[in-house]
Design a protein around this ligand. Structure first.
Ligand code: UDP
Ligand code: MG
Length: 315
């Protein structure tokens, strides 16, 4: 459809090494989509500078002055990938019909864009880019990344396996996202909550164009912790269950030692101390978990997530 305005949203943190080449490739992609009549002339490439300390913003400013296809958003300081991405999406929200987010290093195959647009025009509001293989990643990156998805899912965060932040969102999906006002942000977990029809597009993950990863292990662990604690209160439930289990074990011990006592085989003083340690320990954990359940509820309340998003009303 000729009138669809597409925004490519690209968060950049110290990406001076890849940015010129990324810009060149994205521009070529966008121009070919425009001349094929798939998207509007008004489509743009939006770079978000996440407080880089290198030449990143100067490069973005230069690109913008040379070609109106390029736009830029400059954050006041480094706020991390998720926040930078949200900033870009919220700026794009009022200007586009659909936005695709991707990394500046073009590890995500930009030829998947065509299929994403097709799915969107077929009526999907969110199209997830999913990595079909991680052959090009190092073993370490692959192992840590895949464990990340597994752990998150068992901890109760519903996320799409092997999908990072390469995705298309329609304008109304972006407006839905804008209603999630939480500060602890884990986009991959929130976007499935928006709803609407979704689709996935597979692509092969490539190597970084140049420069090095801005996601060392430390940042990945922070992201994983953020993902779990911002989406799920399962860890609290774990404490409750553990407390209950220990308390039940202590009951078994008490019954056992009472029987021993009647059979005259008990050791003086030993059972009473042993049983009370387990019983009290179990009760303490159980109480902590119970308090935790309420704190978890308060936590979710403070996020003030929208309870529903309306697709349409007939009247
Ligand atoms: N990024 C960002 N702010 C940060 C760290 C990273 O905006 O504090 C951006 C970075 O410029 C890139 C994307 O997040 O566009 C993903 O980073 P990277 O490619 O280094 O992660 P990896 O692919 O190694 O997981
Ligand atoms: Mg990368």
């Amino acid at each position: 459809m000729m009138h669809d305005v597409l925004y490519l949203v690209v968060p950049c943190y110290k990406e001076e090494e890849v940015l010129p080449e990324t810009a060149r490739r994205l521009e070529r992609k966008l121009e070919s989509l425009i001349s094929a009549g798939q998207i509007s002339q008004e489509s743009r490439i939006l770079f978000v500078n996440d407080g880089s300390t290198d030449q990143t913003w100067n490069i973005i400013a230069r690109l913008h002055s040379e070609n109106k296809r390029f736009c830029g958003v400059n954050l006041t300081r480094n706020r991390g990938h998720q926040n930078a991405l949200l900033a870009g999406l919220m700026v794009a929200k009022d200007r586009c019909d659909m936005a695709i987010s991707m990394d500046a290093d073009l590890q995500d195959d930009i030829d998947a864009i065509d299929e994403m647009i097709r799915q969107c025009q077929r009526g999907c509001d969110i199209v997830y880019g999913v990595r079909s293989s991680r052959k090009k990643d190092t073993f370490f990156k692959r192992f840590t990344a895949e464990s990340f998805y597994r752990i998150l899912n068992t901890m109760g965060a519903e996320i799409v396996f092997n999908h990072a932040d390469y995705r298309l969102m329609s304008r109304r999906a972006l407006e839905g996202l804008g209603q999630f006002r939480e500060v602890n942000l884990f986009l991959r977990g929130i976007i499935p909550m928006i709803g609407y029809e979704t689709a996935t597009v597979e692509y092969e993950r490539k190597e970084r164009l140049a420069g090095e990863s801005k996601y060392p292990l430390k940042k990945m662990l922070t992201l994983a912790a953020e993902g779990i604690t911002s989406l799920s209160i399962k860890p609290i439930r774990f404490i409750t269950v553990l407390g209950l289990l220990i308390f039940l074990i202590s009951l078994v011990c008490i019954i056992y030692s009472v029987i021993q006592r009647f059979l005259g085989q008990g050791v003086d003083g030993w059972e009473s101390i042993f049983c009370s340690i387990w019983a009290i320990g179990g009760l303490i954990l159980l109480s902590l978990g119970t308090i935790g359940e309420y704190i978890g509820k308060i936590y979710l309340e403070t996020k003030e997530r929208p309870r529903f998003l309306i697709r349409e009303i007939l009247e």
